[in-house]
Design a protein around this ligand. Sequence first.
Ligand code: G3P
Ligand code: CA
Length: 246
Amino acid sequence: MKTLNLAHRGFSGQYPENTMIAFEKAYETGADGIELDAQLTKDGEVVLFHDETLERLTNGKGHLTDHTLNELKAYSINCQIQAGLPEQKIPTLREYFDWVQDKNFVTNIELKTATSENIGLEEKVLDLIEDYHLEDQIIISSFHRGNMVRVKRLNPNIQTGLLVAGCNERIIQTTKELGMDYIHPHALCLDEELVEVANSYNLKINTWTVNEKADLEKAEKAGINAIITDFPNRLRKIQEKQSASV
Ligand code: G3P
Ligand code: CA
């Protein structure tokens, strides 16, 4: 089975992360899908943004969760990564779904919360997925076990993956016991033994974040479900070369 090429925060190696242009460019470059980060605004809207605070990525200041959607939409995303790009705003999940709904494109939604306290993000994300009938194209992930348990309880049919920075058999077993479909280990943990153990628990692997050519080639050969990369163009090239040689 082909390993999926998932663009991390969109095509973030060349475009501003978690923006509509980064998602569109990932699609155009031939990625199979994207990974994005979801958070709740002060007034309960789901927006796509990685950091807790606005300074690194926008011309705004302070915590994202202290701002309403209208306030956030007044800010511009920093686009220094590439000259000449059109102005980008923080997208909502709804705007993203409007764009993706007619595409055969996988979306890995990471629930980006500070803790596993229930702030209602899971429910809002799941409601939107159901409104757009995108259940079959979505994988929800989080580093917080509590978030993932809530997702499975609210909708057992949604595919889920637990994000882990380190990995061993005990963590794989716990991930399976939590009812997850996938484990999302950091790429540094990825080796043959991990793949074997995950397979023995019938748990598929989506690894992050693999960017260098040699690492992408190695991960591509590991027989896993997906590689999450800032450079979907590099992985695409490797996969094309490999399928041409078969
Ligand atoms: O989902 C994989 C990866 O995105 C997790 O880390 O910090 O890039 O959101 P981060
Ligand atoms: Ca993420």
